[in-house]
Design a protein around this ligand. Structure first.
Ligand SMILES: Nc1ncnc2c1ncn2[C@@H]1O[C@H](COP(=O)(O)OP(=O)(O)OP(=O)(O)O)[C@@H](O)[C@H]1O
Length: 263
């Protein structure tokens, strides 16, 4: 099998400031004010065509940052990445323009993908049908619920038929019928040997659907490997984590966050 995504020491660092003044000062004297925060740090793994990779980890671990880098939505600060094929990201956190209607978003995304006016007119009814949004398709996206946004994002990406599909939590907000329909579509993609990244907190979906898992903790790759192996370890970790009180969980996350900061 050919490799479809290869990551070598991928990192993403943000500058964090205590005030607007610090931010301005840092522009004039770079590196003197504020601190660095490593959203992800030195992540390396290789994924083959046909792999379905679950990206798991507790809140804030860096899953969306990594998927946005693989999807080309944000640049890495350092590291090397090889992505063989066209990528499409479906995320509940980003991707749609709130000021535009659903139909305008479809048109806009299609134009970005290089579709001609004729091709857009041809795919538009299929996208609208898959989205199940009915007349809401002519309303501005800012009036949509997160489930509706996810439906629209999913419908556009599925019609785009990319080689590599990244689904970031998009199945956690829709209704069951839509989730089932989307999972069926993803199974079809899996059978066609496409590569899928699946960001999810739903462990049974990850277990049933993914061939491999990348477990991210505190911005670092804690484990990457076959689903059964990594899931066993991640489930054991979560069992312990879930025994902590909300305050203890926050302390644990704060500790990890402290390790991700430098001056
Ligand atoms: N633009 C940004 N500027 C500063 N920090 C950021 C930015 N984007 C993400 N982060 C930080 O990077 C860390 C990783 O965020 P990310 O959204 O990738 O986590 P996640 O694993 O997807 O979380 P969740 O499961 O809660 O969706 C978080 O601490 C977040 O606050």
């Amino acid at each position: 099998m050919a490799e479809s995504v290869v990551l070598k020491n991928i990192s993403k660092t943000y500058r964090m400031y205590q005030s607007k003044g610090q931010q301005l000062a840092d522009l004039i004297f770079p590196g003197k004010k504020g601190s660095s925060f490593h959203a992800i740090e030195n992540i390396s793994f290789a994924v083959e065509e046909g792999d379905v990779v679950g990206l798991v980890g507790i809140n804030g671990s860096g899953k969306s940052t990594l998927s946005n880098i693989i999807g080309g939505l944000i640049p890495a600060t350092s590291g090397e990445m090889e992505v063989n094929g066209e990528v499409n990201v479906i995320a509940i956190k980003s991707g749609l323009n709130n000021a535009l209607t659903g139909a305008e978003n479809i048109e806009f995304k299609c134009l970005l993908m290089g579709y001609s006016k004729e091709k857009i007119a041809k795919v538009m009814p299929d996208i609208i049908e898959f989205s199940e949004l009915g007349d809401f398709i002519y309303q501005p996206v800012k009036q949509y619920s997160s489930g509706m946004k996810s439906k629209l994002g999913f419908a556009i990406s599925v019609t785009a038929n990319p080689d590599i599909l990244i689904i970031d939590e998009a199945l956690s907000v829709g209704d069951q019928t839509f989730t089932d329909k989307s999972l069926a579509k993803m199974l079809e993609y899996k059978k066609q040997g496409k590569t899928i990244f699946f960001v999810s907190h739903n462990l049974s979906q990850v277990r049933n659907f993914c061939t491999k898992i990348a477990w991210i903790e505190g911005g670092k790759l804690r484990e990457f490997g076959p689903t059964n192996v990594v899931m066993r370890n991640y489930s054991a970790f979560l069992k312990d984590y879930n025994k902590l009180t909300p305050n203890q969980q926050k302390e644990f996350r704060d500790q990890l966050a402290t390790q991700r900061k430098n001056q």
